[in-house]
Design a protein around this ligand. Structure first.
Ligand SMILES: *Cc1c(COP(=O)(O)O)cnc(C)c1O
Length: 388
């Protein structure tokens, strides 16, 4: 065991089942261990390093901001915060943005907004939020309650009340909960990431959008993992032709620095007032400067590239022995294999490719700009590990 691994075992809370890999540095979609072993990175820090490691443009934006001021608190105005909020609104049609530092915080904000909106517009008893079974919305006590997977809830009771879980892709199940509870909102991921890269049906999402309008509840879309170009559109909901009332996002937005955002649509644009919410670190100027650089580069050409690479991966694993099926969209891809995904991912590590898992699937979340040659090299290695 290296001294790093020893110190980790001695001093770091044991919440992560880490792979036996220490990362010392990287460049683009390649990572290096301290002894120089090279890995092709198909996980991008769980969909975070949208343009890879130490990307030149992103680094320049971050360093320029570091040279100016690294933190101010939200008592003062700063340009990166306002610039990022303007970009997010212009590119989504959303009206206002609240910045936090993570996906869970973005969802906490979305939930607070939904509760306040419902309390003001429908009555205080309308606080229930419907989420989907097998979904994932974060690790705080409230976002855990929103997460429709019982095994996350054990030993942490009582969770925040006011969450019920519907079946994914079953509009009748949502309707039944809407009539059984006094509801504020429905909250979904268009692709359940942690749940196994499960893409929601077009009809279900469209139907949900119409239903929430009709029933006067809000539609919240959790784009923490699916957002920021990941699915081949800027946000995954754009694949479905719907307009959510609230969009939460994080992971890829900062390109590697912690940032989360709740985008507030027309119905809730003025719901938050002075003192209703806040965050000391939120809208950190360095994180925001990095995010402005990330968002500015997710243009039509980049999104076309994401879709092309996606097509390549989907085709490459079609009819491969040992592969049952593929799931997902864009560069958020699940591979269901006959053999256990975790065994294949372990073999891939030995051969220098870093993949993720999600439930019983191999999960790929490469950088949006991963060079085609590296993607091809990695796909070849994964295939060999599947057939071994
Ligand atoms: C990762 C994730 C979260 C939680 O984000 P953190 O930054 O870890 O708090 C929430 N929702 C979805 C869909 C995610 O994938």
């Amino acid at each position: 065991m290296s001294s790093v691994m020893q110190n980790d075992a001695s001093y770091v809370a044991g919440t992560y089942k880490r792979f036996p890999v220490e990362i010392a540095s990287g460049k683009g979609s390649e990572l290096y261990s301290p002894d120089g072993k090279r890995y092709i990175d198909l996980g991008s820090g769980i969909g975070v390093t949208a343009f890879g490691i130490s990307d030149g443009e992103w680094k320049k934006a971050v360093i320029e901001q570091l040279d100016l001021v690294q933190h101010t608190s939200n008592l003062y105005y700063t340009k990166p915060c306002t610039e990022l909020a303007r970009l997010l609104c212009e590119r989504t049609g959303m009206k206002k943005v609240f910045f936090g530092n993570s996906g869970a915080e973005a969802n906490e904000c979305a939930i607070k907004v939904a509760r306040k909106w419902a309390s003001e517009n429908k009555g205080e008893e309308y606080y229930t939020i419907i989420t989907l079974k097998n979904g994932f919305h974060g690790r705080t006590l409230t976002t855990l309650a929103a997460t429709g997977q019982d095994h996350y809830h054990e030993l942490f009771q009582p969770l925040t009340p006011g969450f019920v879980h519907a079946e994914a892709n079953d509009l009748e199940s949502v309707k039944a909960l809407l009539s059984a509870h006094k509801c504020a909102a429905v909250m979904i991921e268009c692709i359940q990431g942690e749940g196994g890269v499960l893409t929601l049906d077009k009809d279900f999402v469209k139907g949900l959008s119409e239903l929430t309008r009709k029933e006067n509840v809000l539609l919240i879309v959790d784009e923490v993992q699916t957002g920021n170009g990941r699915t081949g559109k800027l946000y995954a909901y754009m694949n479905y032709g719907i307009t959510p009332d609230i969009v939460s996002t994080a992971k890829g937005l900062g390109g590697g620095l912690p940032i989360g955002a709740a985008l507030l649509g027309e119905r809730v644009e003025n719901t938050l007032g002075f003192g209703d919410h806040g965050s000391t670190f939120g809208a950190n100027p360095v994180a925001c400067a990095g995010a402005v650089s990330v968002l500015s580069r997710i243009d039509d050409a980049l999104l076309d590239e994401v879709r092309l690479k996606s097509e390549y991966v989907f085709n490459a694993f079609k009819d491969v022995e040992g592969v049952e099926y593929l799931s997902g969209m864009g560069l958020m891809i699940g591979i269901k294999t006959v053999k256990p995904a975790s065994d294949i991912v372990a073999k891939c590590i030995e051969k220098g490719v870093l993949c993720l898992t999600a439930k019983d699937k191999i999960r790929l979340l490469p950088a949006l700009n991963i060079p085609m040659e590296l993607l091809e090299e990695a796909v070849k290695i994964i295939k060999s590990c599947i057939s071994e």
